[in-house]
Each structure stands twice: as structure tokens, then as C-alpha cells.
Design a protein around this ligand. Structure first.
Ligand code: ADE
Ligand code: ZN
Length: 327
């Protein structure tokens, strides 16, 4: 089954073994982030973000970025992933003294090699980290203006939704738009519908990262639906963070029933003990969805992707051919 994902953080794809390997390579001590089973250990959302930062601190060279992107995408391609948009932050490379160009060269070379080897098409979303504040976000957006790159197609805002206000990031988004980047933003993940409203008002995103608390506000549901805003849903992530108890109680089906455009992604797969194949399978089983329903997630992702139109057409044809042959 062809799968597509729009919401996956590059450092969030690092498997614990890869993190240990990179930590050894750079002589960084990170043993405190692992539990007795060898997996990442964290309990609250802020703790998860801290663990994420620690894992990011072992990615230090263009080769490291190549390795993590190549490792994740080749694994995901085996599950059927045909298109991936990855969130990349220039702030983590900056933290370890790596230039924007050098870091992008590493990631971009991995995307090229993965596409040549598996056919999976990868694109990048330059992402500001909300809790680091607007000035840092503007520096990130400035990178997009100064160093345009064909694979960087969007601008995003991740990090702690409870810090700062969406309006604080208006200038960063304007700079990113000037650089030709499309807009997405995390909202309504750990905060409620008021956060989604403030994000739509200030940043005008075409897509929302998560947006799962949308259903608490009927007016907002209409606004998202009428505005054609697509949700980047990551059910396994929401369950691991404690927003919902299970795939059965996750509102993915309610969104479908309301006619809202939704897609499926992993967010930070090894942190949440999931993969893109598992996300599709778990949603299919929990909500009794048909293969055709499942393919609608992939088609929605392709429709809302920030890639060029030629690539979109090619990916759409690939999925439609699969549907004709298999459903
Ligand atoms: N950075 C990495 N994963 C994230 C998430 N789920 N929410 C906000 N920021 C993130
Ligand atoms: Zn995310």
C-alpha cells in the first residue's frame, strides 16, 4: 500500500541504536536518556522535548545528517512510503557549530540517494522552535532567504506550544514566504482550540501540525474545513504524549466524518514506538476503515504536499494506478 507522510522531525527519526552510535562517534554522554530496555525514557511533553534536544546534540556533521535521513527513509520505503516531508531545524546544527549549507548538503544527498534507490521522494520543511523565541525563528527564516534550496519547500513552527504566542512569529513567517516557502505550524497538540485560532489568525498556515483539539470548537471546525486547511495527524505521537488513550479514542474518524482533510504521520517514530506502516495499520484496524479509506489519507497528503506540481502529478498517478490494480 503506498503511504505518504507530511509530518516527521528529522532528529525524531533517530533510533536509539543510531543515537548511541553517534554519541560514541562524538564522545558525547547521553546514557541518562535511555531506560532499562534501551529505549528513550521520558514521561511528560516538556521532558520529551528535552530528550529530543539531547538526541539532536549527537548529530554533528553533514555525514551524521546523511546517515540519519538515509537510515529512516530507507526503512520507511520498505513499508511503502513514497513521499516524505521532513521537518529540519537549522537551530540544532547551529548548536553544534554546523553551517546551514553543510547540514543541508548532508540531508539533501541522503534524499537523492534514497530516491535513486527506492523511488521515495523527500522534501524538507525548515522549522523554527517555538520555545527558543521569535528572534531565533527569524534567524532560521533568514537562512531560507539567504540559502534557497530546491528541496526546502515549507516553513514550520514546532516546540513547546505553551511558550510565546503565534503572533510573535509573524515576521519569521513573512520572511519565509518571501523566500517562497509554504506554511505549516504545530497547533492544537498540547494546547486547546484557542491556540489553533491564534495560529490561523496570525500565521495563516495551509496545514496544521496535529490540530487534534479542533473538535472542541464547532466554529473552528467550519473555519478549517471551509479554508481547506489540512491536518497532519500523528495518532501514535498523541497517544504516547498522553493526549488520547488509544487509537480507538483518537478523533481521526471524527475528522473524516466531518469532511476535514486529514493525513497520517509518525512525528518522531522511535520516541513513540511507531513507524508509518504501524500508524496506517493501527488506524485501519481501530476504526474499521477500508483500503479505499486508507488510500484517501495518502491522496490527501499528496494533495497538501508542498512539492512542485509535476512531482505531485507523478505521485498521484502512482497511487491511482495502485488503487485500480488492488482495490
Ligand atoms: N518537536 C519534535 N516533535 C514535536 C512535537 N510532537 N511537538 C512539538 N515539537 C516537536
Ligand atoms: Zn511534530
Amino acid at each position: 500500500m503506498p503511504l505518504a507522510e507530511l509530518h516527521c522531525h528529522i532528529e525524531g527519526t533517530i533510533a536509539p541504536d543510531m543515537a548511541r552510535k553517534l554519541a560514541k562517534r562524538h564522545k558525547v554522554k547521553i546514557s541518562h536518556i535511555f531506560g532499562p530496555d534501551g529505549n528513550y525514557q521520558w514521561s511528560t511533553f516538556p521532558e520529551f522535548l528535552k530528550t529530543y534536544d539531547t538526541v539532536s546534540s549527537v548529530v554533528c556533521t553533514p555525514e551524521d545528517y546523511y546517515d540519519i535521513a538515509f537510515d529512516y527513509l530507507t526503512r520507511a520505503a520498505k513499508e511503502g512510503l513514497i513521499y516524505s516531508e521532513m521537518f529540519v531545524s537549522s537551530e540544532h546544527p547551529e548548536d553544534v557549530g554546523l553551517s546551514f549549507d553543510a547540514f543541508l548538503d548532508g540531508v539533501s544527498a541522503a534524499l537523492d540517494d534514497v530516491e535513486a534507490k527506492t523511488g521515495l521522494v523527500g522534501r524538507l520543511i525548515l522549522t523554527a522552535i517555538r520555545h527558543r523565541g521569535p528572534e531565533r525563528a527569524e534567524r532560521t527564516a533568514r537562512n531560507a532567504q539567504l540559502h534557497p534550496h530546491e528541496k526546502v519547500v515549507g516553513f514550520g513552527l514546532a516546540g513547546d506550544e505553551n511558550q510565546f504566542e503565534p503572533k510573535d512569529f509573524v515576521r519569521a513567517y513573512e520572511m519565509a514566504s518571501d523566500a517562497g516557502l509554504r506554511r505549516t505550524a504545530h497547533a492544537g497538540e498540547v494546547a486547546g482550540p484557542e491556540s489553533i485560532r491564534a495560529t490561523l489568525d496570525a500565521l495563516h498556515p495551509e496545514r496544521l501540525g496535529h490540530g487534534v483539539r479542533l473538535l472542541e470548537d464547532a466554529d473552528l471546525v467550519s473555519r478549517v474545513k471551509d479554508g481547506g486547511v489540512t491536518l497532519e495527524l500523528c495518532p501514535g505521537s498523541n497517544i504516547a504524549i498522553g493526549i488520547f488513550d488509544s487509537y480507538e479514542t483518537h478523533p481521526v474518524k471524527a475528522f473524516l466524518d466531518q469532511g476535514i482533510k486529514v493525513t497520517l504521520s509518525t512525528d518522531d517514530p522511535p520516541f513513540f514506538h511507531t513507524t508509518i506502516g504501524q500508524e496506517y495499520a493501527a488506524v485501519e484496524v481501530a476504526h474499521g476503515l477500508s483500503r479505499r479509506d486508507m488510500m484517501q489519507f495518502t491522496l490527501n497528503s499528496i494533495d497538501a504536499a508542498f512539492c512542485d506540481e509535476k512531482t505531485r502529478k507523478r505521485l498521484r498517478a502512482l497511487v491511482e494506478t495502485w488503487i485500480r490494480k488492488n482495490i
